[in-house]
Design a protein around this ligand. Structure first.
Ligand code: NG6
Ligand code: CA
Length: 525
């Protein structure tokens, strides 16, 4: 009888089949798990935390001791701190333009400090950071300062306001239009002024006042904060502003609550999008003027309101991280922290920033400050943090905020690449130490070149010093050349002593900038 044999044979045959099937199943499961891991690691949530006018030396993680910044320090020290991280420009609008579009702001003539009534300066057809991420499956949100213009001219603030952030890639937008010192002093959520009473319409004008409305100039008795230069138009919440505003009383913000309002919005956004990969651009208003810490932060640093709002911003960041932890998504979130331009003490109000500054050096080891072509204008705090993915450390690689578009595209598997935006993903993740070769930095209409350890500033005959803000602007009649490695404070102009280096710098500069008024003044050989 063959039966037992058959039985034996068939079970023999069946055994490997069973093993194979089991193997296949486990293999598939493993593959699925692997796929999930890659999925998760390629599409982490991304949060850009963007401070306004925070200096390199303001923070503990860059050696500052006057202001306690424990929450920023914890992230920076647990992440990768860049000692050569740059904003594209020494003021807000152009830096934000470069951050969001990946394009040098001097290519766009309107990328200059904008009034609250300026039209949107990013083209709705232009590639942007949120658009790129949307294309890769992200939900995208902005909370905080916009300052890139709204509408197409003559905005009616009582109707839907646009185009704006929603038209250039943000699914959700809770913003202030321009700056805290500029009208309109209201929050705008996805194009609608928040809390607007239709019976009290808003009118805005930057050229002339509305009949009978008080101003900082004519009504000093109404002010809780005095203006020093500029800032003497309409009064909102006892603070004189840039620009004139009428109506919208119920919608007007209380400056002291702004940090809490933006934080709550940012937290709510995170909670609402925790199931998606999301991108949050959290653009805090501190420590830009007017510096208005919430009452519970007043006097906390001894440096006056400027120090107190930095301390307040630090608290906000701590709370934001707590939300990520509570939702169990901190490990799956890449954080990029930086500032739109360098520091300034007196930026137009009597707020004790100068008087109470003591020995504090907001500009760190650098020369200049906000508005300056010297280093402190654009050389800003900059770190990346991704728990478990980025090893804690310091990087000396040259990086610019403009590089985020192409770099994050590489992270999320998008093929978007923008010409001026260098793909430096591995540098940002700490896997590579070689950053940019060079970078053109900007202050107002002036530009300079950083290349390797060197900086070259073309001759600019304008004022060398702005007496209002008390900052050296970087202007000089002759070309300037500094070696940052040996002379971080840009004290020794080596242009004459180093003609070869100068020529090299001039050539690279002209190659990037093209022939223009500045380069015509240069003596290229
Ligand atoms: C300047 C303001 C300054 C600040 C700056 C914009 C005056 C005199 N000065 O014109 O206070 O608002 O614009 O700063 O009005 S930024 O960080 O948004 O670029
Ligand atoms: Ca700024």
């Amino acid at each position: 009888m063959n039966f037992p044999f058959f039985k034996y044979k068939s079970s023999l045959l069946r055994m490997p089949l069973l093993i194979l099937i089991l193997l296949c199943i486990s293999c598939k499961q493993e593959k699925k798990a692997a796929a999930e891991v890659t999925e998760a690691s390629e599409k982490p949530n991304i949060i850009v935390i963007y401070l306004d006018d925070l200096g390199y030396g303001d923070v503990g993680f860059n050696g500052g001791t006057a202001i306690q910044t424990p929450n920023m320090d914890k992230l920076a020290n647990g992440g990768l701190n860049f000692t050569n991280g740059y904003a594209s420009s020494a003021t807000c609008t152009p830096s934000r333009y470069a951050l969001l579009t990946g394009t040098y702001p001097w290519r766009e003539k309107n990328a200059k400090i904008l009034p609250g009534t300026a039209p949107l300066i990013i083209g709705t057809e232009q590639m942007t950071l949120p658009k790129m991420l949307k294309g890769a499956g992200y939900h995208t949100g902005i909370v905080g300062k916009w300052h890139l213009g709204l509408g197409s001219g003559n905005v009616d603030w009582n109707q839907k306001v646009g185009p704006g952030p929603n038209e250039v890639g943000f699914d959700h937008a809770f913003i202030m239009a321009a700056t805290q010192d500029r009208v309109p002093t209201v929050y705008i959520e996805n194009g609608d002024v928040v809390g607007l009473d239709p019976n009290d319409p808003i009118e805005i004008d930057y050229a002339k006042n509305f009949e009978g409305e008080p101003t900082g100039k004519d009504n000093p008795e109404m002010l809780k904060l005095k203006w020093h230069h500029g800032h003497n138009n309409s009064i909102v919440n006892g603070i004189p502003r840039i620009g004139f505003m009428k109506g919208g009383k119920k919608a007007q913000w209380r400056d002291e609550d702004m940090a809490d309002v933006f934080l709550k919005e940012a937290q709510a956004y995170i909670v609402s999008q925790k199931e998606n990969p999301f991108f949050l651009y959290y653009a805090l208003q501190q420590p830009h003027v007017p510096r208005t810490p919430h009452e519970r932060f007043v006097g906390k640093t001894g440096l006056g309101p400027r120090g107190d709002v930095i301390f307040e911003a630090d608290w906000c960041i701590g709370e934001l991280v707590k939300t990520l932890e509570a939702e169990g998504i901190l490990e799956n979130t890449l954080i990029v922290f930086t500032s739109d331009n360098g520091p300034v003490l007196n930026d137009g109000y009597y707020d004790d920033a100068e008087e109470k500054n003591g020995d504090h050096t907001p500009w760190g080891p650098f020369r200049g400050g906000k508005y300056s072509l010297f280093e402190a204008g654009t050389h800003v705090p900059f770190f990346t943090y991704w728990k478990g993915k980025i090893n804690p450390g310091t990087s000396n690689a040259l990086v610019c905020q403009m590089d985020l578009v192409s770099s994050l595209a590489a992270l999320v598997g998008s093929d978007v690449k923008v010409e001026d935006s260098e793909e430096l993903l591995d540098v940002l993740l700490g896997k590579e130490t070689q950053g940019r070769e060079e970078l053109v930095i900007e202050a107002s209409t002036r530009t300079a070149l950083r290349k390797g350890d060197w900086v070259m500033i073309p001759p600019y005959p304008g004022n060398a010093f702005n007496p209002y803000v008390k900052i050296e602007l970087g202007n000089a009649n002759e070309v300037q050349l500094y070696n940052l490695k040996k002379d971080i404070g840009e004290t020794k102009n080596l242009a004459e002593a180093n003609p070869e280096k100068l020529q090299e710098m001039l050539q690279v500069y002209e190659k990037i900038r093209g022939k223009n008024q500045d380069t015509e003044k240069l003596e290229l050989k």
